[in-house]
Each structure stands twice: as C-alpha cells, then as structure tokens.
Design a protein around this ligand. Structure first.
Ligand code: CP
Length: 317
C-alpha cells in the first residue's frame, strides 16, 4: 500500500496489502481507545472529502480519521456547489487540487469516477463508494471486524444476503474475503444477483436458510431501492418474508456467528429489529472499526508525503 497513490478497489489489492491495512488498523484502534484520541502523524497534510452522493458513516468516519491523525480536512458536497452550474467532475476536482490538497476522498454515483480522478490528479484518490462497483474501505472494515471477533478470516463461511447486483459493498467483500481465504455463499432474488454470479467464485444458495446454515458470518446487504430502475422485486413485504434475516433463520448459523450490515438498515425489511439489536450483531463495531481502518488507509497511502511534510516542518522549526 505504501507505494500506491490511490485506493480504488479491493480487486486491485494483494492479500499482503490487505493484511498490511488490517494490521495497521489494530494500532489505529488503540489510538482511538486513548483518552486523547489524536496523534500528529499527518500534520501538514490536507485531505478533501468530495461527496456527490449521501453518506452518514463513510463521510463522518473519514473526517474523524483525518482529524485523529491531525490532517487538515475540507468537506465538499455536490449540493450547493458549482456542480449545479454545470462544472464537470474533472474541473471540480482539479480546482480543489489546485488549493494544494494531498488526498481526495470521493463518493460518486458513477462506477469508475474515482479511477477517472486517479488518472487526472496528482493528489492521491480514495474510493469512498462508486456506484454499484466497489466500496473498498467498507470491505476492509468488514474484514477487520471479522478478524477481531473470530481471530481469522481464512476458512470461514460467510453468507452475503440480499441485493448483490446493486451492492458495491458486496463486490468489495467478495474480493477481500476470497483473497483472505474465506468461502462465500450469496443469496438473493434472482433479479438482484449479477449475471453469471458463480464466475465470481461464490456459491449461490437458493434459500436464505441454506445460505445461513453453518455460517460463521451473516452479512446482510441493504435493499438499494434508489439504484433499482425497474421493479425487480414483487413487493417489499414479499422480500422481507422470503429474504429477511429473522431470529429463526439466524438460529441455523453457528452459535458464534456474527451479524453484520454496512448500514443504513431497512429495519423490518432485510433485517429484523431484534436481529439488528441482538447479541450476535456487530453492526456498531463495524462503524467504530471504520475509523481505525480509514486512519490506516490514509497513513499508508500518505507515507511518502508524511516524510516530506515532516522534513518541511523540521526545516521551518
Ligand atoms: N456503509 C456506508 O457506506 O454507509 P453510508 O452510506 O452512510 O456512508
């Protein structure tokens, strides 16, 4: 990771690079548990968070990660910006970069937008979710959460339930889990599974019961109504009845199984209230771990700039 400029997806990362992020995140989590949760590591570095789509967890988490590492950060949201006057993504990003920004974090509704910026900016680029393509920091924080709770990822059986076709979280999880040696089973309505899903190296279960049976981890995906251009499910009620994770279905998983969800949850649709808030749920741990993982990603990608900033600070001291 230290030699990379950008983090665009888990498809690009090696197993060793993923493990480097997870190991670094352990140290970052220790910082977050201190009474004073701040270190000077990224002093002198500036990060711009460009969000062209709504976000709660990822945006706040990146902002906190930057602050905990003492970077300066600026937040850009497309609503209220010159995007409404027709300014292009490239022009928007290059103008922000011209203000001497070192790293750009971008969430965008179009798959490939971070890759486009990666090619057109000298600043580093982190993908904070691009359309239905990838959400690499979510994939990393999910792996980190599994490893912390179960001690390993290799050899585990992970069930991914729901809207796989529209889920960037599913795609990043698939890449990451397979690289770390987990086996993945997916289950969802046929209309919400990508074409030729088996070619992704996963098992497809016909029912939630079969997917959850013996699972070490059950990761429930959000039903992404905003990305469905046509009616792909008969009704929300039908979806909840056939595919929702209930207490009864969860009882088929291993007694130690983790329940995960990237958020935001549609309670009572893809996940029952009592499962979301139950003893197996690690959903809020995922959120806590997200800050540590994003600190690790920033720390590793900015390794070279960190030493330049440190030298510059020493010269002026
Ligand atoms: N998990 C996730 O990406 O949540 P937000 O959309 O709130 O950032």
């Amino acid at each position: 990771m230290r030699t990379r400029k950008d983090l665009l997806g888990l498809e690009d990362l090696t197993r060793e690079e993923i493990l480097e992020v997870l190991d670094t995140a352990e140290s970052m989590l220790e910082i977050l548990e201190r009474p004073i949760k701040k270190v000077p590591t990224l002093r002198g570095i500036t990060v711009a968070n460009l969000f062209f789509e709504p976000s709660t967890r990822t945006r706040v988490s990146f902002e906190l990660a930057e602050k905990r590492l003492s970077a300066d950060s600026v937040n850009f949201q497309s609503t209220g910006s010159s995007v409404s006057k027709g300014e292009t993504l490239k022009d928007t990003a290059r103008n922000i970069e011209a203000m001497r920004v070192d790293m750009v974090v971008i969430r965008h509704g179009s798959a490939g937008a971070p890759h486009f910026l990666g090619r057109n900016l000298q600043a580093g680029v982190i993908n904070a979710g691009d359309g239905a393509h990838e959400h690499p920091t979510q994939g990393l924080l999910d792996l980190f959460t599994v490893r912390r709770h179960l001690g390993r990822v290799e050899g585990l059986r992970v069930a991914l339930l729901g809207d796989i076709a529209h889920s960037r979280v599913a795609r990043s999880n698939l890449w990451g889990l397979r690289k770390l040696g987990a086996s993945v089973v997916v289950c969802g309505p046929a209309t919400l599974l990508p074409a030729e899903v088996e070619r992704l190296g996963v098992e497809v279960a016909p029912t939630v019961e079969e997917a959850v049976d013996g699972a070490d981890v059950v990761n429930v995906l959000r039903l992404q109504l905003e990305r469905q251009t046509s009616s792909l499910i008969p009704s929300i009620r039908e979806y909840a009845r056939l595919f929702g994770l209930t207490r009864e279905r969860l009882a088929l998983a291993k007694p130690t199984a983790l329940v995960m969800h990237p958020g935001p949850m549609n309670r009572g649709v893809e996940i029952a209230h009592d499962v979301a808030d139950g003893t197996r749920s690690v959903i809020l741990d995922q959120v806590t771990n997200g800050v540590a993982v994003r600190m690790a990603v920033l720390y590793l990608l900015l390794a070279e700039k960190r030493s330049e900033a440190g030298t510059a600070l020493e010269r002026t001291a």
